[in-house]
Design a protein around this ligand. Structure first.
Ligand code: MD6
Ligand code: FE
Length: 214
């Protein structure tokens, strides 16, 4: 019953919803390159805890790369071309990240994906992300590619209404989720990160979400 949509497509691919595909460990072989790219980005645009419009601090620390970065403060959620901490443009999208996103999207049935925004979330034990929709983009015709590294987390994948009971999927090191079409506005979130010690990342999880913001 809970796995109605969890069809195994092949060894490493599972359909988790209409237009949503999980590519297990698709990024695992690139982990060192991806993490080096994230470190380089964070050297220019530091991880920070942003404030929600309601005045709460986001639990995950965030930064961005690419032409557009997702930001939140008391004024609202939006995409910005500059890092509000420095006034500088966000660091360029590293080719290893852009290439992975395009290849994963194509493998999931969305050829020609050219992301212009990459949000980088860093979770420490206890950090979480409440159920939300990704709806700050200018349009919803493009998929989202999500790359998980480090400690595993329970990902909640719901429906188009906040009250639809979400399904739970464990996202581990190297797992990639591609999600578009009828699932593009599905509610989703992650449960509090359980403590652990990952061989590559230690007590930490990194998630990259790549989007077409404009
Ligand atoms: C996370 N991910 O996995 C948070 N959004 O840490 C997201 O919010 C997300 O994984 C849209 C599509 C895929 C995602
Ligand atoms: Fe999201």
């Amino acid at each position: 019953m809970t796995n109605d949509f969890h069809h195994i497509l092949d060894g490493d691919r599972a359909q988790i919803g209409v237009g949503a595909v999980l590519l297990r460990r698709r990024a695992a072989g690139l982990d060192r390159d991806l993490l080096a790219a994230v470190e380089a980005v964070a050297g220019q645009a530091a991880f920070r805890h942003m404030t929600t419009p309601g005045g709460f601090q986001m639990s995950a620390a965030m930064t961005n790369c690419g032409a557009w970065g997702w930001v939140t403060d008391r004024a609202g959620y939006r995409y910005a071309g500059e890092d509000p901490l420095t006034g500088q443009p966000w660091p360029a999208l590293p080719p290893v990240i852009a290439g992975l996103a395009a290849a994963a999207a194509a493998a999931a049935g969305f050829p020609g994906f050219r992301p212009d925004a990459c949000l980088i979330n860093r979770y420490r034990p206890g950090d979480r992300m409440a159920l939300h929709q990704d709806r700050d983009e200018a349009g919803f015709d493009h998929p989202i590619v999500s790359v998980s590294l480090g400690l595993p987390v329970i990902f909640q994948f719901g429906g188009l209404n906040r009250t639809d009971r979400p399904r739970r999927i464990v996202l581990g090191h190297g797992d990639v989720v591609v999600w578009g079409g009828p699932s593009r506005l599905a509610f989703h979130g992650v449960l509090p990160l359980k403590d652990g010690d990952h061989p590559v990342l230690g007590r930490c999880r990194i998630n990259l979400t790549l989007r077409r913001a404009h």
